[in-house]
Design a protein around this ligand. Structure first.
Ligand SMILES: [Zn+2]
Length: 237
């Protein structure tokens, strides 16, 4: 869609609220024919004319809730009448919109005749694949994170940083994730308050997005022999 927009085929708008509009565009005598034929149409048209000045001259923003109150009709039957009258050419009805809108700038084209700036497309494609390759390198183990990051931004550095997790691991140092350390302390304090816990009760003390980390810590504890399970309850030794 963005490429279509940049190539001038259409415009995209952010989602904005556009109220329903009605324009009673038929000549008064034609409109009157419809009013004579159908009592509901009569009520609706009269109410619209009374409530919205200028509605016979130009499209006017209307609030269906107000029309519902004045006419004592349901929204469904008002909408049905409005669509019918719109199709009959008596009035022009545009239903409210609150979603992003697409406006076609050029008359409908056969897909075979859509033209694009090939160079621009290729340029973007290349840049995109360079970026994906850089991210892939960053995620791969065995690279200094800072060097990968710098090269992502087009800067080449000739030395490893010596501080990232990769560089530290080459020196035999592993770093704790700070968020996990904090969670581990919170978890330990739970076991200070109460000796035995049902796993689901533990999880209930934390946010859903922390559950995975909590499970990881509990698993780590039981691997390390810091915790045991008895009758479905966890006990920290
Ligand atoms: Zn590094």
């Amino acid at each position: 869609m963005r490429i279509l927009q940049e190539s001038g085929w259409l415009t995209l708008s952010e989602s904005i609220f556009q109220p329903s509009t009605i324009w009673l565009k038929a000549a008064p005598q034609d409109l009157y024919q419809y009013q004579l034929k159908n009592e509901k149409i009569n009520t609706l048209v009269k109410s619209l004319q009374r409530m919205y000045q200028g509605i016979s001259q130009y499209p006017v923003a209307v609030q269906l809730s107000q029309v519902m109150m004045t006419t004592s009709m349901s929204e469904a039957s008002i909408l049905q009448l409005l669509h019918f009258l719109d199709q009959s050419g008596v009035l022009d009805f545009r239903a409210r919109k609150d979603k992003p809108q697409i406006t076609f700038l050029i008359a409908r084209q056969d897909p075979d005749h859509l033209t694009f700036d090939r160079d621009l497309l290729d340029f973007r494609k290349d840049r995109q694949s360079d970026r994906i390759a850089a991210i892939a390198t960053y995620l791969q183990p065995g690279h200094c994170r800072q060097r990968s990051l710098l090269s992502y931004f087009g800067e080449d550095s000739d030395a490893d940083c010596g501080l990232c997790d990769y560089c530290l691991s080459t020196k035999g140092i592993s770093i704790d994730r700070p968020a996990d350390t904090e969670l581990e302390e919170q978890l330990a304090s739970l076991f200070h308050k109460q000796e035995e816990w049902v796993p689901s009760d533990i999880l209930r003390q934390f946010q859903p997005e922390q559950h995975l980390a909590i499970k990881r810590i509990l698993q780590h504890w039981s691997h390390e022999g810091l915790m045991r399970e008895s009758y479905g309850k966890l006990i920290r030794d």
